[in-house]
Ligand binder design. Structure first.
Ligand code: NAD
Length: 254
């Protein structure tokens, strides 16, 4: 432990399992106080207990506007500041553009991207009052390259990238010392990826091997989140950090 985020107050969404849980554990180990939120309260309480130390679990549906308002009010009242905001919660829906329903499309946009608009809308004023901070938005390689079976998901993650750029430049112009960046992994070995893998029959062993070589772990993502959350990355604002072992720059004929 080197206390890379000592004394900072952090919110991590979708922290009951997978990447969010790994982010919360690493930020807490490096000295931050972490408010872990998730829609799954039972798993969230258990994760917070297992991580131990300066973490607190709060039940939250990230797509609920009033929930964001009350979460930020609670953080301001109890901790007086907010330095790190990790927008990690999301759902993955497997459907190409012809098979996606309008309801399904709207649900994915609401949980994956509209939620991040709400998060930043309500948390940014507190981060500004705190003298600056770091917003880390989880996007995906699906925002950067075409993935036929992830129509709604890809669009939601591209929206996260667009919003991030807008917020980064807004903050730079405002001189508020808040930074906003996206992370774009390809596959991550988490429950989300495993659930999709179970639904997708392997038809080509070679392709499956290549896909596996692009995958990272939740801890790889957490290390990137820690770097972006810490002052070590103080000049990185508006960046799209790929975490994909070259997947998004590999020409398709190779
Ligand atoms: N797993 C991958 O292969 C992969 C690849 C690229 C990007 N990502 C992104 O990384 C992030 C983390 O993914 P993961 O693999 O850990 O997923 P996961 O499914 O394992 O965890 C997501 C968490 O979000 C929570 N959640 C879902 N809907 C919510 C809501 N409405 N309100 C609050 N919480 C909610 C879930 O309960 C769960 O705990 C996501 O943004 C995802 O899109 C994942």
């Amino acid at each position: 432990m080197t206390n890379r985020v000592a004394g900072k107050i952090a919110i991590v969404t979708g922290a009951s399992r997978g990447v969010g849980r790994a982010d919360a554990a690493l930020l807490a180990a490096e000295g931050a106080t972490v408010i872990m939120t998730d829609i799954n309260a039972e798993a969230g309480e258990q994760a917070a207990q297992e991580i131990g130390g300066p973490v607190r679990f709060v039940k939250q549906d990230v797509s609920d506007e009033a929930g964001w308002q009350s979460l930020v009010e609670m953080v301001e009242k109890e901790f007086g500041r907010l330095d790190i905001l990790v927008n990690n919660a999301a759902i993955l829906q497997l459907a190409d553009v012809k098979n996606e329903s309008l309801d399904g499309w709207r649900r994915v946009q609401s949980i994956n991207s509209e939620s991040i608009f709400l998060s930043i809308k309500y948390a940014l004023p507190l981060m500004e009052k705190s003298g600056g901070g770091s917003i880390v938005n989880m996007s995906s390689s699906a925002a950067l390259v075409g993935m036929p079976h992830f129509a709604a998901y890809s669009a939601s993650k591209a929206a996260v990238r667009g919003l991030t750029q807008s917020v980064a430049v807004y903050c730079q112009k405002a001189g508020n010392k808040v930074r906003c960046n996206t992370i774009h992994p390809d596959g991550i070995a988490t429950p989300m990826a495993m659930e999709i893998a179970e639904k997708t029959p392997v038809i080509d062993e070679e392709k499956a091997k290549v896909a596996a070589s692009y995958m990272c772990t939740a801890e790889d993502v957490a290390q990137t989140v820690l770097f972006l959350a810490s002052d070590e990355s103080k000049h990185i604002n508006g960046a799209a950090i790929t975490l994909d072992n070259s997947a998004t720059v590999t020409p398709p004929y190779l």
